[in-house]
Design a protein around this ligand. Sequence first.
Ligand code: 5GP
Length: 202
Amino acid sequence: MALRNKGLLIVFSGPSGSGKDTVLAELKTRDINMKQSISVTTRDMREGEVDGVDYFFTDVETFEKNIKEDYFLEYVKYGSNYYGTPKKRIEELTDEGSDVFLKIEVEGGGNVRKVFPECVSIFIVPPSMDELEKRLRGRGTETEESFNKRFAIAKDEIKRACEYDYIVVNDSVSLCADKVCAIIEAEKLKFSRMKALVDDMN
Ligand code: 5GP
């Protein structure tokens, strides 16, 4: 029965502007047993962020010590900062039966798939590149140079969407969350997870 009662590990990626944070916030309001993993990062805390809520903020020395201690399920250097997913908490949460979302970039997503092939990977895309441009520009915080940089990174990330199990278009946050819930439901009904139940019937 163990696999049947274990929560799913869900790699949740998408380019900046795809709206993955909003979708995650919507999912948290739903009646599902989901938890979001809190990553460790060496980047500076942004205004409004809370240590231990948005990230665990740390320094490079401690992060590199943690790498050596095999503390992370995966980690990447993204830009000039480290980001990593703590392993132990993920195991505890999935053992408890919670479905754990890892909001991570594509490189980390690939690393998780290698060590955890049974994970479910979901890639969120905007309805179109025009819409993505509108969303990135709409933030009002971008210079032309920083917009171009973010847009180019987004395009590169979308090229790796083919590595994911599911692609969900975020045209409406509520519909997008519905689709993610449907994926979770269907994944839980896969034979590999239902085998113990069927075996018990024989
Ligand atoms: P930000 O600095 O904007 O919070 O995050 C930058 C990117 O790093 C985002 O795509 C975010 O999803 C990703 N990220 C956050 N935590 C982790 C992590 O633990 N591992 C990996 N691989 N990526 C992460």
